[in-house]
Design a protein around this ligand. Structure first.
Ligand code: SF4
Length: 256
């Protein structure tokens, strides 16, 4: 995932992602209007909640127009491997490890035949390397046995692969295949959805189900990106920079 943060997100298929980087959210001069701000988390519902959600999305997309997946990849398989490695690890670290990994194992068949100890050694610095190596091996073998070595394009098939849950599947569908099947809910998206007052759920699957009806389907992948970027750059878990946040006049959690 991103620079020094834990967790993944966006970009399009076989083509390599753009290197363009969006700047951090620009502070606005406008003063926070307590009157505009929802009184408490979850205080809005129905049409008001939908308007609140869409305004948040509009502002985040304006703040991070170039938001994208910060994992380096060229193929769906590479993104799948990188996403598995990104668990409890920064994107920056994953991106340091994957060039050698992808050079050593060119496709699913090569990965499926990998020596476990050698694979563990290559990915050791990403942490939890034993479990990750087992997941990658198991995933690659399943791809060879069930899908001819290709990464499947459906949620049902993806989540049946070892080491692949709904979040990882959404990353692959959205960024490798351009399919908006769901919203990636990682630690940032889950935290921000609560701070924005969009849900009180904490379980990732329930957060996703709460978010889906609030946003246009074609925007789900980009929504994950801009929320993750905002969580990494401004709305930090411990020290949110509310004073420079473009949402501070409408965020029920603003510390101002
Ligand atoms: S940084 Fe502050 S104002 Fe901005 S979204 Fe986070 S909690 Fe709300």
């Amino acid at each position: 995932m991103a620079a020094n943060q834990k967790r993944p997100a966006v970009k399009d298929g076989a083509a390599k992602r753009s290197k363009a980087k969006a700047g951090a959210a620009k502070p606005s001069k406008a003063k926070v209007s307590a009157a505009k701000r929802p009184k408490s988390r979850g205080a809005l519902s129905g049409a008001a909640l939908e308007r609140h959600a869409l305004e948040i999305q509009r502002r985040l997309e304006a703040a991070y127009p170039d938001a994208h997946c910060e994992l380096d990849f060229r193929t769906p398989l590479q993104l799948l491997v990188a996403t598995i490695l990104s668990a409890q690890c920064t994107d920056k670290r994953v991106n340091m490890v994957t060039p050698a990994l992808f050079a050593r194992y060119a496709d699913a068949a090569a990965l499926a035949a990998a020596d476990l100890a050698e694979l563990e050694e290559i990915i050791r610095s990403t942490g939890f390397y034993r479990n990750k190596a087992k997941s990658i091996l198991g995933m690659a073998r399943a791809l060879v046995e069930r899908h001819g070595g290709d990464v499947p394009r459906t949620m049902d098939e993806l989540v049946r692969l070892p080491g692949v849950g709904r979040k990882t599947a959404n990353v692959i569908l959205g960024n490798a295949f351009g399919i908006n099947d769901g919203i990636v809910v990682d630690t940032h998206v889950g935290r921000l959805a609560n701070r924005f007052g969009l849900t009180r759920e904490t379980d990732a699957v329930k957060v996703e189900q709460a978010l889906l009806p609030l946003f246009p389907r074609q925007s789900w992948t980009m929504l994950s990106h801009v929320m993750i970027w905002h969580g990494r750059r401004v709305c930090d878990a411990r020290k949110p920079k509310c004073g420079e946040c473009p949402l501070r006049d409408i965020c029920p959690s603003a510390l101002t």
